[in-house]
Design a binder for this molecule. Structure first.
Ligand SMILES: [Zn+2]
Ligand SMILES: [Zn+2]
Length: 276
């Protein structure tokens, strides 16, 4: 059935609480065939940056992280596929810093998620962001910034798949996300993703949170497919072993409902389609 979870944070992320070992065990317990760890990859912003670092205390220690994932991979060989990934912030200061980091870090990455979290110093998922601007303007601004980030990440070749595509709807005060209100920006962003050979994540954390649907929703995933999108992955955005793999089976149903008959697996940052 190819149940996967390609969005897992462990204690290598400052907001993760479980070890890689515990997350792999939880994944195997939920009958997943593969997981990829995606720790936050964020850099210290320059003093004049409007955006703070999401996880400001330290930059991901590449060597230590790579060794830890390699050990877990060895432990589960033949039973669970274990990948090494990162979730790269798409804010400008992160995109400035990431090429230099990747050039020198000893990090044989399988997968890079690109995600936008901060706009004007506020987390887009917080009520403070949408409340101040109103949902329509909040979404417009979010997709404008996401588009800029995706364009630049694509031209730099530093990311494979875009994470939690419409995260702006997460706040309980946002209300429902209406694709028709944001169609122009959403469509342009999806076209850049497709042209750049990037993919879209079906992020199941939205099922556990107030939207009650994945990021993105069904309309957006259908639009991505209609525009020629091919690469779809699944991630729970877990920050604890307790939620690893939650929603992975529902995500495959959701992906099928949008018309896809495959998902995409990653190894060494190379995509490979498998039937669902
Ligand atoms: Zn994220
Ligand atoms: Zn995440």
């Amino acid at each position: 059935m190819n149940l996967i979870d390609y969005h897992v944070h462990t204690t290598f992320s400052e907001d993760g609480v479980s070890t890689p070992e515990a997350c792999a065990k939880a994944a195997a317990g939920r009958n997943l065939s593969g997981i990829i760890f995606t720790e936050h990859l964020e850099f210290i912003p320059p003093p004049d940056s409007p955006e703070p670092a999401y996880v400001p205390a330290r930059v991901l220690p590449a060597r230590e992280y790579g060794l830890a994932v390699a050990a877990v991979r060895e432990q589960w060989r033949g039973r669970l596929s274990v990948g090494l990934g990162v979730e790269l912030g798409l804010e400008p200061h992160n995109l400035d810093a990431v090429p230099g980091y990747l050039a020198t870090a000893e990090l044989p990455l399988d997968y890079v998620l690109g995600s936008l979290h901060f706009i004007r110093g506020v987390l887009v998922q917080e009520p403070a962001f949408a409340d101040r601007l109103g949902p329509t303007e909040a979404a417009r601004l979010y997709f404008e910034r996401l588009l800029t980030g995706v364009k630049r990440a694509s031209s730099l070749g530093v990311c494979d798949v875009i994470g939690h595509f419409d995260l702006v709807k997460r706040s309980p005060t946002f209300g429902g996300f209406r694709l028709r209100d944001q169609r122009v920006h959403v469509e342009e962003t999806l076209r850049v993703i497709i042209r750049g050979g990037l993919g879209l994540e079906v992020n199941t954390s939205g099922l556990r949170q107030s939207p009650g649907e994945p990021y993105p929703g069904l309309d957006t995933l259908k639009l991505y497919r209609e525009l020629g999108g091919e690469i779809v992955t699944v991630g729970s955005d877990s920050h604890t072993a307790a939620t690893v793999g939650l929603g992975s089976a529902e995500a495959l149903e959701f992906i099928r409902a949008s018309g896809f008959r495959h998902i995409t697996l990653f190894s060494g940052r190379t995509p490979r389609r498998v039937a669902i």
